[in-house]
Design a protein around this ligand. Sequence first.
Ligand code: S3P
Length: 441
Amino acid sequence: MKKFVIIRSKIKKFKNKIEVSGDKSISIRCVLLASQAIGRSKIFNLLESEDVINSLNSIKKLGINYRKIKNYFYIYGHGINGFKTSKIIRLNAGNSGTFARLILGLLVNSKNKIIIRGDKSLSSRDFSRVVEPLRKFGPNISHINKTLPVEIIGTNYLRPIEYIEKLGSAQCKSAVMLAALKTPGLTRIKAKKSRNHTELLFKNIGIKINVKKKLNYDFIEIKGESNFKGFEYYVPGDISSCSFFIVLTLLAKNSELIIKNININNTRTGIIKILNKMNAKIKFKNKKKYKGESIADIVIKSKKNLKAINCPKELNSSAIDEFLIIFLIAAKAKGVSTFHALSELNKKESPRLNIAIKFLKMIGIKVIRKKDDIKIFGNPNLDLKGDFLVKNYNKDHRVLMMSCVAALTLGGKWKIYDADSSNTSFPKFFDTMKKLGAKIS
Ligand code: S3P
């Protein structure tokens, strides 16, 4: 793919049905859990993006084979002690924070040194948030300046821990859950609400887990050292990838879109709740349940009278990957929108809060930031003219996709660099846009 894309015209009216690729969080968890199962797992609709391919390549280096056949992957696990780690192994997590943090949980019993590194963006992100709790299980973990590379040498003498997860980070919670899987005795976790795919997968593939849900925290108990058999799983569509098409449709003229088979797990639908409070009128149809996850088709129509929101911070964690695109709606909504306590946004693939503010100012929107809160002064008449350039954003896939939606709905002539960064989570992004009639060259 070219290094940059050019967009010079707004998308024309469309009425269509699309599918987006498999959920990234669930795909990575399926790869990791299948690597711990006894025997063959069969995973349908696994996302084939760079983050997931780096995950597959890494488990292969740890002695786990996989094969793609037609529309599914076979992954051949050897049980919870089945990684082959008899020599020093170097794993490349690429851009994937989820893989790099979760695999550390599975390496607490490695026999030799494993070194995990990542790309420039991942190498600037905080790893102490997982290293600190994981050290309490007993492995030797070292890194400098709280970042990658991380070196881990596991132990045979793992001990269960009690852990309080206060950030609302599913990655931290899941890394500890995976370490607990290998550890004799009962690991206890008190976790601020965050996405719960690991809990659901544990339950549905036969790993012992006990979850008690309270208002703001979940209490999780895992009795370790229980082997489980290979499993079959169908990965539902990714609401994070879907979010760009939701906003595209809302901001386009007289358009309608149905996006099929999306995971609408309550811990991921913050964007829908937020946009519906802004009068978006997004609907679900054909709802069904699959292995604990809720799946539905999402129905969206263009909307003219979007209104501002004072966004409750309780929705932050279930919309954490969607704020960039939500801010774009706030820019076109009537009134002043306020978002609170967004410090975690600056810890993503790029400092997304800073980048969003710069972007909104570039398109002429007034923004006021006070610490981790922002106010966005919406302009329903926003209609851009002139040239816009998007570059130097750490190749953050979500900045790229948000910029394309802005270019296709707000007007102006856009040059957007690092177009290949969509491969991190959604390699079919541009093809899907073109299917709807977007002119992108
Ligand atoms: C993810 C959790 C979130 C999210 C990330 C994927 C996961 O990160 O931003 O893209 O798969 O668990 P945190 O857990 O750090 O909030």
